[in-house]
Write a protein that binds this ligand. Structure first.
Ligand SMILES: [Zn+2]
Length: 377
Protein backbone atom coordinates (compact mmCIF):
# COMPACT_ATOMS: atom_id res chain seq x y z
CA UNK A 1 0.00 0.00 0.00
CA UNK A 2 1.41 3.38 -0.88
CA UNK A 3 1.52 5.88 1.92
CA UNK A 4 -0.47 8.70 0.41
CA UNK A 5 -0.02 11.12 3.30
CA UNK A 6 3.75 10.61 3.33
CA UNK A 7 3.92 11.16 -0.45
CA UNK A 8 1.91 14.38 -0.16
CA UNK A 9 4.14 15.57 2.70
CA UNK A 10 7.23 14.98 0.55
CA UNK A 11 5.69 16.92 -2.34
CA UNK A 12 4.85 19.83 -0.02
CA UNK A 13 8.37 19.90 1.48
CA UNK A 14 9.81 20.00 -2.06
CA UNK A 15 7.72 23.13 -2.72
CA UNK A 16 10.04 25.55 -0.86
CA UNK A 17 7.94 27.96 1.13
CA UNK A 18 9.91 30.06 3.58
CA UNK A 19 7.58 32.65 5.18
CA UNK A 20 5.65 34.34 3.65
CA UNK A 21 6.10 32.23 0.49
CA UNK A 22 3.68 29.37 -0.11
CA UNK A 23 5.56 27.82 -3.04
CA UNK A 24 2.38 26.51 -4.68
CA UNK A 25 1.46 24.29 -1.72
CA UNK A 26 -2.01 25.80 -1.33
CA UNK A 27 -2.74 25.52 -5.05
CA UNK A 28 -2.07 21.78 -4.91
CA UNK A 29 -4.06 21.36 -1.68
CA UNK A 30 -6.92 23.42 -3.12
CA UNK A 31 -7.09 21.13 -6.16
CA UNK A 32 -7.16 18.03 -3.98
CA UNK A 33 -9.87 19.46 -1.72
CA UNK A 34 -11.98 20.68 -4.67
CA UNK A 35 -11.87 17.14 -6.07
CA UNK A 36 -13.17 15.93 -2.69
CA UNK A 37 -16.16 18.29 -2.93
CA UNK A 38 -14.85 21.29 -0.99
CA UNK A 39 -15.70 24.86 -2.00
CA UNK A 40 -12.22 26.43 -2.06
CA UNK A 41 -11.36 30.12 -1.63
CA UNK A 42 -7.82 31.39 -2.16
CA UNK A 43 -7.48 34.52 -0.04
CA UNK A 44 -4.41 36.65 -0.62
CA UNK A 45 -3.91 39.42 1.96
CA UNK A 46 -0.82 41.60 1.49
CA UNK A 47 1.92 39.18 0.43
CA UNK A 48 0.36 36.24 2.27
CA UNK A 49 -1.49 33.33 0.64
CA UNK A 50 -4.33 31.86 2.64
CA UNK A 51 -6.86 29.15 1.86
CA UNK A 52 -10.37 28.60 3.17
CA UNK A 53 -12.25 25.49 2.06
CA UNK A 54 -15.50 24.02 3.31
CA UNK A 55 -17.57 20.92 2.54
CA UNK A 56 -21.11 20.39 3.79
CA UNK A 57 -23.99 22.85 4.05
CA UNK A 58 -25.02 23.20 7.67
CA UNK A 59 -24.47 21.98 11.18
CA UNK A 60 -21.38 21.96 13.39
CA UNK A 61 -18.24 23.20 11.66
CA UNK A 62 -15.02 21.30 12.30
CA UNK A 63 -11.98 23.09 10.91
CA UNK A 64 -8.48 21.77 10.26
CA UNK A 65 -6.05 24.68 10.67
CA UNK A 66 -2.40 24.97 9.80
CA UNK A 67 0.32 26.69 7.85
CA UNK A 68 2.19 25.96 4.63
CA UNK A 69 5.12 28.29 5.40
CA UNK A 70 8.31 27.10 7.05
CA UNK A 71 11.22 28.80 8.82
CA UNK A 72 14.47 29.23 6.82
CA UNK A 73 16.75 26.17 6.70
CA UNK A 74 19.76 27.98 8.20
CA UNK A 75 23.33 27.03 7.13
CA UNK A 76 23.04 24.28 4.49
CA UNK A 77 26.25 22.65 5.77
CA UNK A 78 24.35 21.68 8.92
CA UNK A 79 21.99 19.48 6.87
CA UNK A 80 22.95 15.90 5.97
CA UNK A 81 20.64 16.16 2.94
CA UNK A 82 19.14 19.16 1.21
CA UNK A 83 16.43 20.66 3.42
CA UNK A 84 13.90 20.60 0.56
CA UNK A 85 14.67 17.11 -0.78
CA UNK A 86 12.27 15.41 1.65
CA UNK A 87 14.52 12.40 2.12
CA UNK A 88 13.23 9.22 3.74
CA UNK A 89 16.12 7.39 5.40
CA UNK A 90 16.20 4.68 8.08
CA UNK A 91 12.52 5.25 8.76
CA UNK A 92 12.86 9.02 9.15
CA UNK A 93 11.30 11.70 7.01
CA UNK A 94 13.84 14.54 6.91
CA UNK A 95 13.35 18.07 5.62
CA UNK A 96 12.29 21.59 6.50
CA UNK A 97 8.62 21.34 7.47
CA UNK A 98 8.72 17.59 8.19
CA UNK A 99 7.53 18.32 11.73
CA UNK A 100 6.37 21.96 11.52
CA UNK A 101 4.03 21.31 9.83
CA UNK A 102 3.70 19.99 6.29
CA UNK A 103 3.19 16.45 7.60
CA UNK A 104 0.12 17.59 9.57
CA UNK A 105 -1.28 19.50 6.60
CA UNK A 106 -0.85 16.48 4.33
CA UNK A 107 -2.31 14.15 6.97
CA UNK A 108 -5.34 16.43 7.27
CA UNK A 109 -5.90 16.57 3.50
CA UNK A 110 -5.74 12.76 3.15
CA UNK A 111 -7.98 12.31 6.23
CA UNK A 112 -10.57 14.63 4.69
CA UNK A 113 -10.42 12.82 1.35
CA UNK A 114 -10.99 9.42 2.96
CA UNK A 115 -13.72 10.68 5.27
CA UNK A 116 -15.62 12.37 2.42
CA UNK A 117 -15.25 9.24 0.32
CA UNK A 118 -16.57 6.94 3.07
CA UNK A 119 -19.31 9.29 4.34
CA UNK A 120 -20.49 11.31 1.34
CA UNK A 121 -23.67 12.32 3.19
CA UNK A 122 -22.06 13.20 6.51
CA UNK A 123 -23.81 15.81 8.67
CA UNK A 124 -22.04 19.01 9.68
CA UNK A 125 -19.29 20.85 7.84
CA UNK A 126 -15.60 20.09 7.42
CA UNK A 127 -13.30 23.01 6.68
CA UNK A 128 -9.64 23.97 6.14
CA UNK A 129 -7.98 27.21 7.18
CA UNK A 130 -4.40 27.40 5.89
CA UNK A 131 -1.98 30.31 5.89
CA UNK A 132 1.56 30.99 4.69
CA UNK A 133 2.27 33.45 7.51
CA UNK A 134 2.34 31.58 10.79
CA UNK A 135 6.10 31.73 11.32
CA UNK A 136 6.30 35.44 10.47
CA UNK A 137 4.41 38.54 11.63
CA UNK A 138 1.09 36.63 11.54
CA UNK A 139 -0.85 39.74 10.58
CA UNK A 140 -2.18 38.84 7.11
CA UNK A 141 -2.57 35.16 7.92
CA UNK A 142 -4.98 33.40 10.27
CA UNK A 143 -5.91 36.67 11.95
CA UNK A 144 -7.05 38.18 8.63
CA UNK A 145 -8.90 35.01 7.60
CA UNK A 146 -10.77 35.00 10.93
CA UNK A 147 -11.83 38.58 10.25
CA UNK A 148 -12.94 37.57 6.73
CA UNK A 149 -14.98 34.70 8.20
CA UNK A 150 -16.49 37.01 10.82
CA UNK A 151 -17.69 39.38 8.09
CA UNK A 152 -19.52 36.39 6.54
CA UNK A 153 -20.98 35.20 9.86
CA UNK A 154 -19.09 31.93 9.59
CA UNK A 155 -18.15 30.57 13.02
CA UNK A 156 -15.94 27.60 13.78
CA UNK A 157 -17.24 25.17 16.42
CA UNK A 158 -14.27 22.83 16.62
CA UNK A 159 -10.75 23.60 15.43
CA UNK A 160 -7.92 21.12 15.20
CA UNK A 161 -4.57 22.89 14.69
CA UNK A 162 -1.77 20.71 13.29
CA UNK A 163 1.11 22.22 15.27
CA UNK A 164 3.60 19.54 16.32
CA UNK A 165 2.40 18.78 19.85
CA UNK A 166 3.81 15.31 20.54
CA UNK A 167 6.81 14.82 22.86
CA UNK A 168 8.09 11.23 22.89
CA UNK A 169 5.51 9.32 20.90
CA UNK A 170 2.78 10.37 18.48
CA UNK A 171 -0.32 11.62 20.30
CA UNK A 172 1.14 11.63 23.82
CA UNK A 173 0.51 15.37 24.16
CA UNK A 174 -2.24 17.64 22.87
CA UNK A 175 -2.17 21.39 23.48
CA UNK A 176 -5.50 22.63 24.81
CA UNK A 177 -4.40 26.22 25.33
CA UNK A 178 -1.48 28.57 25.42
CA UNK A 179 -0.27 31.22 27.79
CA UNK A 180 -0.47 34.87 26.81
CA UNK A 181 2.66 36.88 26.04
CA UNK A 182 3.12 40.57 26.93
CA UNK A 183 6.28 42.60 26.23
CA UNK A 184 7.43 45.75 27.98
CA UNK A 185 10.23 48.18 27.09
CA UNK A 186 11.17 50.68 29.81
CA UNK A 187 13.26 53.76 29.13
CA UNK A 188 13.78 55.50 32.45
CA UNK A 189 15.23 59.01 32.43
CA UNK A 190 17.24 60.62 35.23
CA UNK A 191 20.10 63.10 35.14
CA UNK A 192 23.67 62.20 34.22
CA UNK A 193 26.45 63.34 36.58
CA UNK A 194 29.74 62.65 38.32
CA UNK A 195 29.66 59.74 40.79
CA UNK A 196 31.47 62.00 43.30
CA UNK A 197 28.58 64.49 43.20
CA UNK A 198 25.47 62.28 43.40
CA UNK A 199 23.34 65.12 44.82
CA UNK A 200 23.74 66.88 41.47
CA UNK A 201 22.59 63.85 39.46
CA UNK A 202 19.65 61.43 39.34
CA UNK A 203 20.66 57.79 38.82
CA UNK A 204 18.20 56.34 36.31
CA UNK A 205 19.64 52.85 36.74
CA UNK A 206 19.03 52.78 40.48
CA UNK A 207 15.36 53.50 40.02
CA UNK A 208 14.96 51.03 37.15
CA UNK A 209 16.74 48.26 39.09
CA UNK A 210 14.48 48.81 42.09
CA UNK A 211 11.42 48.49 39.86
CA UNK A 212 12.71 45.32 38.13
CA UNK A 213 13.65 43.68 41.45
CA UNK A 214 10.20 44.51 42.75
CA UNK A 215 8.49 42.98 39.68
CA UNK A 216 10.73 39.90 39.67
CA UNK A 217 9.91 39.18 43.31
CA UNK A 218 6.18 39.64 42.85
CA UNK A 219 3.96 36.54 42.84
CA UNK A 220 1.41 37.34 40.15
CA UNK A 221 -0.88 34.35 40.77
CA UNK A 222 -0.75 30.63 41.52
CA UNK A 223 -1.82 29.41 38.07
CA UNK A 224 -4.59 26.83 37.91
CA UNK A 225 -5.33 23.27 36.88
CA UNK A 226 -4.03 23.84 33.33
CA UNK A 227 -1.59 26.72 33.68
CA UNK A 228 1.60 27.39 35.66
CA UNK A 229 1.86 30.68 37.59
CA UNK A 230 2.39 33.82 35.50
CA UNK A 231 6.11 34.46 35.01
CA UNK A 232 8.00 37.73 34.56
CA UNK A 233 11.46 37.71 32.97
CA UNK A 234 13.86 40.58 32.26
CA UNK A 235 15.56 39.89 28.93
CA UNK A 236 17.68 43.00 28.32
CA UNK A 237 19.22 45.72 30.48
CA UNK A 238 21.27 48.65 29.20
CA UNK A 239 22.71 51.73 30.89
CA UNK A 240 25.93 53.60 31.40
CA UNK A 241 28.69 55.10 29.30
CA UNK A 242 31.33 52.48 30.09
CA UNK A 243 33.13 54.94 32.37
CA UNK A 244 33.35 54.12 36.10
CA UNK A 245 32.73 57.67 37.25
CA UNK A 246 29.56 58.65 35.36
CA UNK A 247 26.07 58.26 36.81
CA UNK A 248 23.78 57.13 33.97
CA UNK A 249 21.07 59.54 32.94
CA UNK A 250 19.08 56.90 31.05
CA UNK A 251 18.45 53.21 31.75
CA UNK A 252 16.59 50.76 29.53
CA UNK A 253 15.17 47.29 30.04
CA UNK A 254 13.09 44.85 28.04
CA UNK A 255 10.94 42.27 29.77
CA UNK A 256 8.20 39.74 29.07
CA UNK A 257 5.34 38.09 30.88
CA UNK A 258 4.00 34.64 30.01
CA UNK A 259 0.61 34.82 31.66
CA UNK A 260 -2.35 32.58 32.37
CA UNK A 261 -6.03 33.55 32.15
CA UNK A 262 -5.95 34.90 35.73
CA UNK A 263 -4.17 37.95 34.27
CA UNK A 264 -4.70 40.15 31.28
CA UNK A 265 -2.79 43.07 29.80
CA UNK A 266 -4.77 45.54 31.93
CA UNK A 267 -4.16 43.77 35.25
CA UNK A 268 -0.43 43.46 34.61
CA UNK A 269 -0.09 47.06 33.47
CA UNK A 270 -2.08 48.35 36.45
CA UNK A 271 0.30 46.61 38.86
CA UNK A 272 3.41 47.83 37.03
CA UNK A 273 2.15 51.40 36.89
CA UNK A 274 1.45 51.38 40.61
CA UNK A 275 4.99 50.11 41.27
CA UNK A 276 6.41 52.75 38.91
CA UNK A 277 4.85 55.44 41.03
CA UNK A 278 6.32 53.86 44.17
CA UNK A 279 9.79 54.05 42.59
CA UNK A 280 9.45 57.54 41.11
CA UNK A 281 9.29 56.35 37.52
CA UNK A 282 7.04 58.05 34.98
CA UNK A 283 4.51 55.42 33.77
CA UNK A 284 4.86 56.93 30.28
CA UNK A 285 8.42 55.60 30.12
CA UNK A 286 7.15 52.08 29.43
CA UNK A 287 6.02 50.91 25.98
CA UNK A 288 3.82 47.83 25.73
CA UNK A 289 3.25 45.20 23.05
CA UNK A 290 0.81 42.33 23.49
CA UNK A 291 1.88 39.26 21.42
CA UNK A 292 -1.11 37.14 22.33
CA UNK A 293 -3.75 36.63 24.98
CA UNK A 294 -4.06 33.27 26.74
CA UNK A 295 -6.65 30.78 25.56
CA UNK A 296 -7.90 27.48 26.88
CA UNK A 297 -10.34 24.71 25.93
CA UNK A 298 -11.09 23.12 29.28
CA UNK A 299 -13.54 20.46 28.16
CA UNK A 300 -16.04 19.54 25.45
CA UNK A 301 -16.74 17.28 22.51
CA UNK A 302 -13.46 18.08 20.70
CA UNK A 303 -11.32 16.98 23.66
CA UNK A 304 -13.44 13.85 24.15
CA UNK A 305 -13.26 12.87 20.46
CA UNK A 306 -9.51 13.57 20.24
CA UNK A 307 -8.67 11.56 23.35
CA UNK A 308 -10.81 8.65 22.17
CA UNK A 309 -9.34 8.73 18.64
CA UNK A 310 -5.73 8.78 19.87
CA UNK A 311 -6.41 5.93 22.28
CA UNK A 312 -8.16 3.87 19.64
CA UNK A 313 -5.54 4.46 16.89
CA UNK A 314 -2.35 4.31 18.96
CA UNK A 315 -3.20 2.98 22.44
CA UNK A 316 -1.79 6.19 23.94
CA UNK A 317 -3.53 7.98 26.80
CA UNK A 318 -2.96 11.61 25.83
CA UNK A 319 -1.96 14.47 28.10
CA UNK A 320 -3.43 17.97 27.86
CA UNK A 321 -0.81 20.72 28.02
CA UNK A 322 -0.53 24.51 27.70
CA UNK A 323 3.27 24.63 27.57
CA UNK A 324 5.31 26.26 24.83
CA UNK A 325 5.13 29.48 22.84
CA UNK A 326 2.02 30.97 21.35
CA UNK A 327 0.27 29.70 18.18
CA UNK A 328 -2.36 30.74 15.64
CA UNK A 329 -4.91 29.15 17.98
CA UNK A 330 -4.84 32.55 19.69
CA UNK A 331 -6.77 34.07 16.77
CA UNK A 332 -9.36 31.27 16.59
CA UNK A 333 -10.19 30.59 20.25
CA UNK A 334 -11.54 34.10 21.04
CA UNK A 335 -14.48 33.49 18.65
CA UNK A 336 -15.72 30.77 21.02
CA UNK A 337 -14.37 27.76 19.10
CA UNK A 338 -13.06 24.74 20.96
CA UNK A 339 -9.40 24.62 19.87
CA UNK A 340 -6.86 21.79 20.20
CA UNK A 341 -3.40 21.38 18.72
CA UNK A 342 -2.42 17.88 17.68
CA UNK A 343 0.55 17.08 15.48
CA UNK A 344 3.77 15.05 15.20
CA UNK A 345 6.89 14.93 17.37
CA UNK A 346 8.24 18.40 18.02
CA UNK A 347 11.80 17.78 19.23
CA UNK A 348 13.50 18.92 15.98
CA UNK A 349 11.27 21.82 14.95
CA UNK A 350 13.15 24.83 13.53
CA UNK A 351 16.41 22.80 13.68
CA UNK A 352 18.73 21.52 10.95
CA UNK A 353 17.81 17.95 9.90
CA UNK A 354 14.21 18.45 11.07
CA UNK A 355 12.64 14.97 11.10
CA UNK A 356 9.82 12.72 12.23
CA UNK A 357 9.27 8.96 11.98
CA UNK A 358 8.01 8.49 8.40
CA UNK A 359 5.27 6.10 9.52
CA UNK A 360 3.81 8.76 11.82
CA UNK A 361 2.35 10.74 8.91
CA UNK A 362 -0.14 7.98 8.03
CA UNK A 363 -0.81 7.27 11.71
CA UNK A 364 -1.56 10.95 12.31
CA UNK A 365 -3.84 10.99 9.26
CA UNK A 366 -5.86 8.10 10.69
CA UNK A 367 -6.18 9.84 14.06
CA UNK A 368 -7.47 12.96 12.28
CA UNK A 369 -9.97 10.92 10.27
CA UNK A 370 -11.16 9.18 13.43
CA UNK A 371 -11.71 12.55 15.17
CA UNK A 372 -13.76 13.83 12.21
CA UNK A 373 -15.83 10.63 12.17
CA UNK A 374 -16.61 11.02 15.88
CA UNK A 375 -17.66 14.68 15.60
CA UNK A 376 -19.50 14.69 12.25
CA UNK A 377 -21.79 11.67 12.45
ZN1 LIG B 1 4.13 25.60 13.16
Amino acid sequence: MTDEALELTRTLIQRESVTPADGGCQKLIGERLAAAGFAVEHLRFGEVDNLWAVAGDSGPLLCFAGHTDVVPPGPLDDWAQGPFEATVEDGWLIGRGAADMKSSVAAMVCAAERFRDRHPDHPGRLAFLLTSDEEGPAVDGTRAVMQWLGERDITIDYCLVGEPSSSDTLGDTVKNGRRGSLNGHARVKGRQGHVAYPHKADNALHRLLALLADLAAHRWDDGDEFFPPTSFQVSNLNAGTGAENVIPGVAEARFNWRFNPRQDEASIRAHVEQRCEAHGIDTESIQWRLSGSPFITREGALIDATRAAILSQTGVDTLLSTAGGTSDGRFIAPTGAQVLELGPLNDTIHQANERIPAEDVARLSHIYEDIVARLLN
